[in-house]
Design a protein around this ligand. Structure first.
Ligand code: ADP
Ligand code: ADP
Length: 219
């Protein structure tokens, strides 16, 4: 079973191709790192999978369905670089809002990340550190109980310690649920110890994709 499949997928912006000739098969249940230099096409692939932009050519299937390009397909949660958080709300209010917006909301699933990060529920989001804010944003995304969680550069604003902690908690949160995770980074070192699948993109194409241990053993 594939969580994400693309064939000859292409996305053209006005003049440049953000992605072209992209072939990817991501098995369900993996925690996959989408790695590549800036401009490689990571955000474009994420946005296509999240149904936020339409493909120019080729084919994409997300959880066995073709996204219609008008929003997140059912079962998919997307967290982009702009975190959907309001500084003046407390953590508890933020989670409550998540529950209000999502009929399938699972509060336990969401609060685990918050508790493991020792974030006070009464704290205003604006007073939290970058790592804590990232945790709250991921908790919101996880609360929707997605089958596919897309995280675009979730570790970008964090120091190495916080990156490590957020990854560990994320792994623990999805381990028992079978959620497929695809998270992008331009720093491979952050992810090679925690992810079990690696997708390398360069120049708008998938250069390499496979099981991390197999790939590392082959090098
Ligand atoms: P990455 O996330 O790996 O940094 P992107 O998907 O953001 O890569 O970008 C891939 C290519 O598409 C780059 O050349 C980028 O400049 C271009 N691009 C991305 N978004 C847009 C846009 N909205 N308009 C025009 N070009 C874009
Ligand atoms: P990323 O590398 O993660 O894509 P960027 O800083 O490249 O982040 O992009 C931030 C925003 O600017 C995105 O919405 C992207 O689509 C847009 N963008 C990126 N490159 C271009 C470009 N060449 N022209 C117009 N918009 C762009």
């Amino acid at each position: 079973e594939l969580a994400l499949e693309t064939r000859d997928l292409g996305k053209r912006y006005r003049r440049t191709w953000g992605l072209r000739g992209c072939d990817l098969r991501l098995p369900a249940g993996r925690v996959a790192a989408l790695v590549g230099p800036n401009g490689a096409g990571k955000s474009t692939l994420m946005a296509l999978a999240a149904g936020l932009i339409p493909a120019t050519e080729g084919r994409i299937e997300v959880l066995g369905r073709v996204p219609d390009g008008t929003g997140c397909p059912r079962g998919v949660s997307f967290l982009g670089q702009d975190k959907p958080l309001y500084k003046g709300f407390t953590v508890a209010e933020t989670l409550r809002m998540g529950r209000g917006l999502n009929p399938d909301w699972d509060g336990e699933y969401a609060t685990r990340l918050i508790e493991e990060g020792a974030i006070p529920l009464t704290a205003k989001v604006g007073t939290l550190s970058g790592g804590q804010r990232t945790r709250v944003a991921i908790a919101l995304a996880l609360g929707r109980r997605p089958r596919l969680l897309l995280l675009d550069e979730p570790l970008a604003d964090l120091d190495p310690l916080a990156r490590d902690e957020v990854m560990k908690t994320l792994m623990a949160s999805v381990a028992d649920t079978g959620t497929t995770v695809l998270l992008s980074s331009h720093i491979l070192a952050d992810l090679e110890d925690t992810c079990d699948h690696l997708v390398l993109v360069a120049g708008g194409r998938v250069a390499l994709s496979g099981d991390v241990e197999d790939l590392l053993a082959a090098h």
